[in-house]
Design a protein around this ligand. Structure first.
Ligand code: DX5
Ligand code: ZN
Length: 231
């Protein structure tokens, strides 16, 4: 049996006020371990968010683990730059990369935690060859590109499948979920086996951000079984 990871809450700054990012992240910090940074390039997804100058500024503004989610077509070029800027965790969408295992290994050699992300309609089988190499599997529970979308309940069986694979192979990667997470859906995903929860609107959209994060954590912790998912 693999011991479950502690629940980690990773608030997505996509729902924060970008004009006041340092203060926004400082405001949420007492309730969380990580901060989720969505990089969008206008090609992989229709939206454009931020790049190196913002990553560098954010790095000097917070001690939280920077959980970078790269929704970009060229992770090979940019991911190492984010590690050099001090980001601890890098997750990319592997279908845009010719040699995803090579990129995972290169980033790990640089000292980063490395994840791969799976869109809601892509099966777990599309990333199985990567699962022995990664620190985190990000299962998108909305279509990447925008905050504030509704949780895709049809992804829950994939969370269960990933948790079963992890347990059967004695693997230790985290299972992160991203999109539409609030205390109600946190319960569902944690019961299915997720341990790392991204939440944008349901944290930054509230007045008391640490309390909003704590509500998600409490819901997730209450839903877990002894192996990190309900038996
Ligand atoms: C969507 C991003 C998410 C987004 C989540 O493409 O990857 O991180 O910020 O936002 P909410 O929690 O509002 O669904
Ligand atoms: Zn994200």
């Amino acid at each position: 049996m693999t011991m479950p990871h502690d629940i980690v809450i990773s608030p997505s700054i996509l729902a924060a006020d970008f004009a006041d990012l340092g203060a926004e992240v400082a405001d949420v910090a007492p309730g969380v371990e990580w901060v989720h940074v969505d990089v969008m390039d206008g090609h992989y997804v229709p939206n454009i968010t931020l790049g190196n100058p913002v990553v560098a500024s954010l790095r000097s503004a917070t001690d939280l683990v920077m959980d970078m989610h790269l929704m970009i077509t060229d992770p090979r070029t940019y991911a190492p730059q984010y590690v050099e800027l001090g980001a601890e965790s890098i997750t990319f969408h592997p279908e845009v990369e010719d040699d995803p295992i090579g990129l995972v290994e290169d980033l790990r050699t640089m000292g980063a935690l490395v994840g791969v992300a799976v869109k809601p309609d892509h099966p777990l089988s599309s990333v199985v060859p990567l699962l022995d190499h990664i620190d985190m599997l990000l299962l998108m529970t909305v279509e990447p590109g925008f905050g504030g979308q509704s949780f895709r309940a049809d992804v829950v069986p994939k969370i269960v499948e990933a948790a079963a694979w992890r347990s059967a192979h004695a693997a230790t990667f985290r299972i992160e979920v991203d999109g539409g997470i609030d205390p109600g859906t946190a319960r569902t995903v944690a019961a299915a086996g997720a341990d790392t929860l991204v939440a944008g609107s349901s944290i930054f959209g509230r007045d008391d951000r640490p309390a909003a994060a704590t509500a998600i954590r409490t819901a997730a912790e209450g839903a877990r079984g002894p192996e990190g998912r309900r038996a």
